[in-house]
Write a new protein. Structure first.
Length: 289
């Protein structure tokens, strides 16, 4: 006797009910890749650069230790001598702007840019729809955040040793922003070197450019105490006017003329450094095209 197989066992499984026409199209038609704006591109590049800072403490810690060290040593060794020969002279207030300038000068993400150039990441980014200027401007935004952050501990140290601002809290803010602006415009030099050479050693030596700015000026004595060729050089050194502006915020109040000269000095250096930087940037983009 032949065994009969139940009909249910051999019946084909019911086919799934078809989706309503156009359902898939309705789900995908509304999905579009939204084109990011220039600000979003800058924020994206800047965010990546800022997140890389904690992973490179060796590039940040010396930038804070060195100016603090010289500030403390200069006060300890020269304050009594200086104030003894010039009554009413506040050497601590005189030296605080020098410490700030040392803290913010030469700090940049140019080393990160060199790494991106060497491993090809920069060329890959330049092939994406990202706005080309955002590749550089984003790094500079991160630099400004960093130099402002480095300025704050130095200012706090100034308060600890007794420095007081005649311009009050608003003057402290102006002091930090002006120092940060100087740090930002100086980054044009290491970025120009990074983009032109792609060499980390060349970028690391870019700080040498700052030494003429730092020492051929009123870093240690007032301008009227300088003589001969050093007085002449200091007259044309933009750092002289930057230091005068920063010192005026501490000891003199809102001296508009002095502040404008400081801002003009920063702008003049920025015009030179950013011109070099943009020229090197355009050359790098053309070379990778």
């Amino acid at each position: 006797m032949t065994e009969t197989t139940p009909a249910a066992a051999v019946a084909p499984a019911p086919a799934p009910s078809p989706s309503p026409a156009g359902t898939v199209a309705q789900r995908t038609d509304g999905i579009r890749a939204r084109k990011a704006g220039f600000v979003a591109d800058v924020v994206s590049v800047a965010g990546r650069a800022v997140r890389s800072i904690p992973r490179e403490p060796e590039s940040v810690i010396p930038a804070l230790i060195i100016p603090v060290f010289f500030f403390v040593v200069n006060i300890g060794s020269l304050q009594d001598v200086t104030e003894r020969f010039q009554a009413g002279f506040d050497f601590k207030a005189f030296q605080l702007p020098v410490a700030i300038v040392f803290a913010v000068t030469g700090i940049s993400r140019a080393s990160v840019l060199v790494t991106d150039i060497q491993d090809g990441y920069f060329d890959r980014l330049s092939l994406t729809p990202i706005r080309r200027p955002a590749l550089l401007l984003g790094l500079m935004v991160a630099d400004f955040v960093l130099v402002v952050a480095l300025s704050i501990p130095v200012v706090v140290l100034g308060f600890v040793v007794g420095v007081r601002f005649e311009t009050g809290p608003l003057g402290v803010l102006a002091f930090i922003l002006l120092a940060g602006a100087w740090g930002l415009v100086f980054t044009g030099f290491p970025y120009a070197i990074a983009l032109k050479t792609g060499n980390p050693a060349a970028v690391n030596t870019s700080f040498v450019l700052f030494f003429p700015f730092a020492f051929l000026t009123t870093a240690f004595v007032p301008k009227e105490a300088l003589t001969g060729w050093l007085a002449t050089v200091a007259t044309y050194n933009p750092v002289t006017y930057l230091l005068d502006a920063l010192r005026s915020l501490i000891t003199e109040g809102w001296e508009v003329t002095t502040l404008l000269k400081g801002v003009a000095a920063v702008a003049g250096v920025g015009l030179v450094s950013f011109s070099l930087c943009l020229a090197a940037f355009r050359g790098r983009i053309r070379a990778g095209a």
